[in-house]
Design a protein around this ligand. Structure first.
Ligand SMILES: Cc1cc2nc3c(=O)[nH]c(=O)nc-3n(C[C@H](O)[C@H](O)[C@H](O)COP(=O)(O)OP(=O)(O)OC[C@H]3O[C@@H](n4cnc5c(N)ncnc54)[C@H](O)[C@@H]3O)c2cc1C
Length: 371
């Protein structure tokens, strides 16, 4: 008999949900993480009384009632609604593209006028779009493309839109209403007190060891538990023996400012090509500028986001699910299926971009099958 039923590698969202479910069914669990903090990529750190989203802005949104009810057991969510603003050389536009955007762009007032204007501009592209530029113009017309799509996309991909394939942009939502709510989700919000607190609540009463790398101490750690749930990178588990799975990376440059309000919104996208960052997050607006006791906060914290090339050893952010990488993942998955007493899960273990709600749903599903 080993000391624990499950060793859970990774104290991120997936690991925390599985650990919570396992404990609830009476299993003995140990959670480890190589980082010095719990939460994985949803980790929030308090700076100047503000919950700073350390690994990128995270907004919880879902249509899945089971997932929503589940996370609400561990956090109270506020009424935050994601409504980013686009800044094109000092001109501000509402996002996603809606009647406010079209009014500012062309002075149109009615949905019919907006729709006529977009249709006029879309006609420029005849036949099948040959690249991302043509695809975007065929969806929203040249003006919106030039001011709100081109520069941002080129910064994100580090390449000219004419050199990017059309399929990257399948749709660009156009709303003929005055609705600035970015997500089409029934439930949306930010956990009051931060995501770290929510994960702490999930892990209540569970032993957690931080600064512990599974792969560096595998033989020793395997002796402790009957089974492992591994939420680290699948290629790292196998020593990258078939090659590296690629990621798109992003770099955050975080600054405390001695003023109460920098940009008046949680997210402002810089859609011109010249500004080197893609967007600026002002973290306090995820919680309406208020501190823990409902007090107004005198300072603010901002993070500039830069798209950057990923190289082995960098923090993996977005999996590149193209044919080449998906094929390599399938090869690793075949190896994983031959391993005994280990389950691979989460965004790194399954090499998939999962929003938080999908991560929770996947972890709950796995728990139901397993426990
Ligand atoms: C920039 C960005 C923004 C996002 N924004 C949103 C959003 O607004 N809304 C939304 O719904 N979703 C968003 N997501 C998705 C969200 O981050 C994921 O759904 C979620 O974090 C996945 O959780 P996870 O547990 O699978 O992975 P992770 O959070 O990566 O957790 C894995 C953990 O395993 C640990 N680990 C890895 N290897 C080892 C090892 N060898 N030994 C010990 N520990 C190890 C890591 O340190 C990490 O803590 C965003 C993602 C990114 C990258």
């Amino acid at each position: 008999m080993k000391k624990y039923d499950y060793l859970i590698v990774g104290a991120g969202l997936y690991g925390a949900v599985f650990a919570q479910q396992a404990k609830e069914t009476g299993k003995k669990v140990l959670v480890i993480d190589k980082r010095s903090n719990i939460g994985g990529n949803i980790y929030t750190e308090k700076i100047e009384g503000i919950n700073v989203h350390k690994y990128g802005a995270h907004i919880f949104h879902t249509n899945n009632k089971e997932v929503w009810d589940y996370v609400n057991r561990f956090a109270e969510f506020n009424r935050f609604t994601n409504s980013p603003v686009a800044n094109y050389k000092g001109e501000l536009y509402s996002m996603p593209f809606n009647m406010y955007t079209f009014n500012k762009m062309w002075g149109v007032v009615t949905p019919e006028e907006a729709s006529t204007k977009i249709d006029e501009q879309r006609r420029e592209i005849k036949g099948e779009p040959q690249n991302l530029e043509e695809q975007a113009i065929s969806l929203v017309g040249r003006d919106i493309y030039e001011k709100l799509v081109k520069g941002y996309t080129e910064k994100q991909w580090g390449r000219d839109c004419k050199e990017l394939p059309a399929f990257i942009i399948k749709r660009l939502p156009v709303r003929l209403t005055f609705d600035n709510n970015y997500f089409n989700a029934l439930y949306q919000g930010i956990p009051i007190g931060g995501y770290t607190k929510m994960i702490e609540n999930m892990l209540e009463g569970i032993e957690v060891r931080l600064d512990t790398d599974y792969l560096e101490n595998k033989a020793e750690l395997d002796k402790l538990a009957e089974k492992v749930v591994y939420t680290g990178a699948i290629d790292a588990y196998f020593g990258y023996k078939l090659g590296y799975l690629e990621y798109r990376s992003v770099r955050f440059d975080t600054e405390v400012l001695d003023k109460p309000n920098f940009q008046g919104n949680a997210a402002v996208n810089y859609t011109d090509r010249e500004t080197p960052w893609t967007r600026i997050i002002e973290h306090k607006w995820f919680e309406f500028g208020k501190g823990e006791n409902g007090n107004d906060l005198p300072n603010t914290v901002i993070s500039r986001e830069y798209s950057s090339e990923w190289k082995p050893g960098d923090e993996p952010y977005y999996p590149v699910n193209d044919d080449k990488n998906n094929k390599l993942y399938e090869e690793y998955k075949a190896l994983a299926e031959k391993e005994e007493n280990i389950i691979f899960g989460g965004r790194l273990g399954e090499y998939k971009y999962y929003d938080m709600d999908v991560t929770v749903a996947q972890a709950l599903k796995m728990s139901k099958n397993e426990l």
